[in-house]
Design a binder for this molecule. Structure first.
Ligand code: ADP
Length: 477
C-alpha cells in the first residue's frame, strides 16, 4: 500500500471516528433528554389524574391532554384497581411486588415495557389512604424525532466520510508531490550525469532538507567517482610509461646483434624498470588495502623507537648514500609512553616514505628525524634541507599521483605521501607539513600512544611555526 493511500485511509478513519463519537453522543444525549421530558409528562399525568379523582370525584377527560397509547390506572393499598382509563385493549399488568416498590418510593418510579414507558406515583389521600397511580404511554413524537435525528446524523456522517476521503486523497497527493518530483529527478541521475543536483526550491521543509542531504551525498560520490577515475587513468599511465620504455629498449637492442656487455647493460636497464614497476604495484596494492579496508588490520603494541631504527636501516640498505639522523629530544619516563597500537609493517612503510622523500629531494641526501613525547602522544619530526615544496602544491601533495613540477626530474610516482597520510589516519594520528621553498621541508607526525588512546591532540600551533600546515586530520578524536 503506498503512502498516499495509507494517509488517506488514516485521515478518513481518524475524522470518521471523531464524527461517529460526536454523533453517538448527540444521539444519546437527545434520547436522555426525550426520556426525561416524557417521564415528566407521565408523572404529571399520574399526579393530576389521582388528584382530580380525589378532589373532584371524577376525571374530566376532555380537559386533560392524552398521549398515544395512554393508560392510567389507580390502585389502592390492597392492589385493587380503583380507576382505569385508557385506549389500550389490555392494561399493562402491574405485579403486586412492583406496586409495593412504587408505594415504598418517595418519588416516582420509571420503567419500560416494550415500547411503552411507565411511571408509577404514590399518592396519600387526606384520609390517610395510600394510592398508587400508574401511567403508561408511547412517546410517538419523541421517538419519531429521535429516528429523524439518527437518520440525519448517519447521512451526515456518511457524507462527511466521502468529503474527508476526497479531501484526504487530494491533500496527501499534494503533500507527496515534491516526493514524486524528487523521485523523478533522482531517477534521471546516472553515472554519466552524476554532476547534476536535485532542485531544492525555496521551501524550508523536511523534503528540502532531504534534497540537500542527497545533494551532499552526490557531491561526495562524485568526488570519489572522479578520483577513482583519475586514479585508474594515473595508475595505467604510470604502468604504461615503464612498459613503453622497456619495449623501446628491447626493440633497439634487437635491431642488431650486440656484445655480451651491451646485452648486460640493456638487461640492467630493464631490471631497473621492472623493479620500479614492482615498487609501484606494491604501493598501489597497499594503498588499495588501507583505503578500502579490504583486509582487516591487526593492531599490535609497537615500540616507536624500534620502528624508526628499522625504517632507517631499510632505507639505508636500499640507498647506502642516504644519511638519516635520528635524535631523541626527550625520553619518556616509562616505556609504555613509546608504545603505539598499530600495524608494524604499515607504520614502517609510512616512516620509510617520509625518510626516503627527505633524502631523495635534498641535494645532500640527508634527513633528520626527531622524536618527542607528550603525555598520550608521540611526535616525529622529519626535516630536510631540500628545495621545499611550493605553497601552491602543498594542498595537493597527499593526493595520489600528485607530483610537484619541480620534482619531475627525480624518480617517483606520487603514491608515497598519499599512502603515508592514509596510514597515519588509520592509526588515529595526524600528519602536517611545513615547507619554505629553498630552505627545506618538515613533516610532523603525531600518533596516540597505546595507554592514552583518548587523549586530545596536542595544540597544533605548538607544532607549526613557519608555513601553512596541510595534512590529514582524519580519525583524530
Ligand atoms: P613521489 O616522491 O614518489 O613523487 P610522494 O607521494 O612521496 O611521491 O610525494 C609527492 C610529492 O610531494 C613529490 O612529488 C614532491 O613534489 C613532494 N614532496 C614530498 N616530500 C618532499 C620533500 N621532502 N621535499 C620536497 N618535496 C617533497
Amino acid at each position: 500500500m503506498n503512502i498516499r493511500t495509507r494517509l488517506t485511509i488514516l485521515f478518513v478513519l481518524l475524522v470518521g471516528s471523531i464524527l461517529l463519537l460526536f454523533s453517538g453522543s448527540v444521539y444519546y444525549l437527545y434520547d436522555q433528554f426525550r426520556r426525561q421530558e416524557f417521564e415528566q409528562r407521565l408523572e404529571e399525568k399520574a399526579v393530576t389524574t389521582v388528584r382530580l379523582r380525589e378532589d373532584v370525584g371524577k376525571v374530566p377527560q376532555a380537559d386533560l391532554p392524552v398521549m398515544p397509547n395512554e393508560q392510567v390506572t389507580i390502585y389502592n393499598d390492597r392492589g385493587e384497581v380503583l380507576y382505569d382509563q385508557g385506549r389500550q385493549r389490555h392494561r399493562q399488568p402491574v405485579s403486586p411486588a412492583l406496586l409495593e416498590q412504587i408505594a415504598s418510593q418517595k418519588s416516582s418510579l420509571f420503567f419500560q415495557q416494550g415500547n411503552l414507558e411507565i411511571v408509577g406515583v404514590r399518592y396519600c389521600t387526606p384520609r390517610g389512604e395510600s394510592l398508587v397511580s400508574v401511567v403508561s404511554a408511547y412517546d410517538r413524537y419523541g421517538f419519531s424525532k429521535l429516528a429523524r435525528l439518527r437518520d440525519i446524523l448517519l447521512f451526515g456522517w456518511l457524507l462527511c466520510l466521502i468529503i474527508v476521503g476526497i479531501a484526504g486523497y487530494w491533500f496527501s497527493t499534494d503533500a507527496l508531490r515534491p516526493v514524486a518530483e524528487l523521485i523523478t529527478q533522482v531517477n534521471a541521475i546516472s553515472a554519466t550525469t552524476i554532476h547534476e543536483r536535485l532542485r531544492v526550491g525555496r521551501q524550508r521543509d523536511e523534503l528540502a532538507d532531504l534534497a540537500r542531504t542527497f545533494n551532499a551525498l552526490l557531491s561526495r560520490l562524485e568526488e570519489a567517482f572522479v578520483s577513482q577515475k583519475s586514479f585508474v587513468s594515473h595508475a595505467s599511465h604510470e604502468l604504461r610509461t615503464p612498459l613503453t620504455v622497456m619495449l623501446g629498449q628491447i626493440e633497439v637492442t634487437r635491431l642488431q646483434s650486440r656484445s655480451p656487455a651491451e646485452y648486460e647493460t640493456a638487461l640492467d636497464a630493464l631490471l631497473d624498470e621492472v623493479k620500479g614497476m614492482i615498487r609501484l604495484v606494491n604501493s598501489l596494492l597497499e594503498l588499495a588495502r588501507v583505503n578500502a579496508g579490504a583486509a582487516p588490520l591487526s593492531y599490535q603494541p609497537v615500540r616507536i623507537d624500534e620502528l624508526l631504527w628499522q625504517a632507517q636501516s631499510q632505507v639505508m640498505h636500499k640507498m647506502p648514500t642516504y644519511v638519516i639522523d635520528i635524535d631523541f629530544e626527550t625520553l619518556p619516563d616509562q616505556e609504555e609512553d613509546m608504545i603505539v597500537s598499530g600495524e608494524e609493517s604499515l607504520l614502517q612503510t609510512a616512516f620509510q616514505n617520509l625518510m626516503e622523500n627527505g633524502c631523495k629531494y635534498s641535494p645532500d641526501g640527508r634527513v633528520g628525524v626527531r622524536m618527542a613525547f607528550e603525555p598520550g602522544w608521540v611526535q616525529l619530526t622529519i626535516s630536510d634541507r631540500g628545495p621545499g615544496i611550493p605553497s601552491t602544491d602543498l594542498p595537493h601533495i597527499f593526493e595520489p599521483f600528485y607530483r610537484s613540477a619541480s620534482a619531475m626530474p627525480i624518480k617517483g610516482h606520487g603514491i608515497g605521501l598519499a599512502l603515508t597520510d592514509r596510514i597515519i589516519a588509520l592509526h588515529r594520528g595526524h600528519i602536517a607539513v611545513e615547507s619554505v621553498p629553498g630552505q627545506g621541508t618538515v613533516f610532523r607526525v603525531t600518533l596516540p600512544t597505546r595507554n592514552h588512546q583518548t587523549a586530545r591532540l596536542p595544540a597544533l600551533d605548538a607544532l607549526t611555526h613557519q608555513a601553512p600546515v596541510i595534512g590529514s586530520g582524519a580519525g583524530v578524536s
